[in-house]
Design a protein around this ligand. Structure first.
Ligand code: TMP
Length: 211
């Protein structure tokens, strides 16, 4: 992967309330205005099966607590289907795929957040995606306290959003560690900046990568 004639995979990562959805939409529009064909998608939930898996994972906790391993395999099932059914075909057709969350969410949330073994997660991510690695990853970084304030008005929190602050702080520390390990791929963005400032920055970086 990475050959420009074979499309480009851009992922967005970050904690809750960091503004990913807004920025993804704006980046897609910006790239389209520059003549690129863009496919916008997400994990979990980018396919019909994925939507059902997403509902299952995110519905607020019931009488049983979902085991961390079961949670992991649900994300992986979504990912395996999504990559095979949607992402790879779009890349093969030369399109830019922008994906809201990908393998790094599993490392950050199930690894750093839940404490599952990172080596094992790397292996399982590789198996689920058949080794498809993003070309570029934007990490919208925000203090989880601020993220929580931002999402407070959205209504009922989902199962992951309802995790306590220490979980979300561990996730953030996880992203920081992952970004430090692969600075070529990761672009850290301070999510406290204005929407327009982030939008301009992300578009410039993506266009720079494409040239
Ligand atoms: P979001 O798409 O609204 O951000 O919600 C997805 C939630 O699922 C979010 O809390 C992050 C979490 N998640 C994981 O824990 N592991 C994963 O592999 C993925 C893709 C998401």
């Amino acid at each position: 992967m990475g050959s420009k004639s074979q499309g480009l995979l851009i992922t967005f990562e970050g904690g809750e309330g960091a503004g990913k959805s807004t920025q993804i939409q704006l980046l897609a529009e910006g790239l389209q205005a520059h003549g690129h064909e863009v496919v916008l998608t997400r994990q979990p939930g980018g396919t019909t099966y994925g939507k059902r898996i997403r509902d299952l994972i995110l519905e607020p906790a019931q009488e049983e607590t979902l085991s961390s391993r079961a949670e992991l395999f649900l994300y992986l099932a979504d990912r395996a289907h999504h990559v095979e059914y949607l992402v790879r075909p779009a890349l093969s057709a030369g399109k830019i795929v922008i994906c809201d969350r990908y393998t790094d969410s599993t490392l950050a949330y199930q690894g750093y957040g839940r404490g599952l073994d990172l080596d094992q997660l790397h292996m399982l991510n590789a198996a689920a995606t058949d080794h498809l690695v993003p070309d570029l990853t934007f990490w919208l970084d925000l203090d989880p306290r601020l993220g929580r304030e931002r999402i407070a008005g959205r209504g009922t929190l989902d199962r992951l959003e309802s995790e306590d602050l220490s979980f979300h702080e561990a996730v953030r520390a996880g992203y920081a560690a992952l970004a430090a390990q692969d600075p070529e791929r990761w672009i850290q963005v301070d999510a406290r900046q204005s929407v327009a400032a982030i939008q301009d920055f992300a578009l410039q970086r993506a266009l720079f990568f494409l040239n």
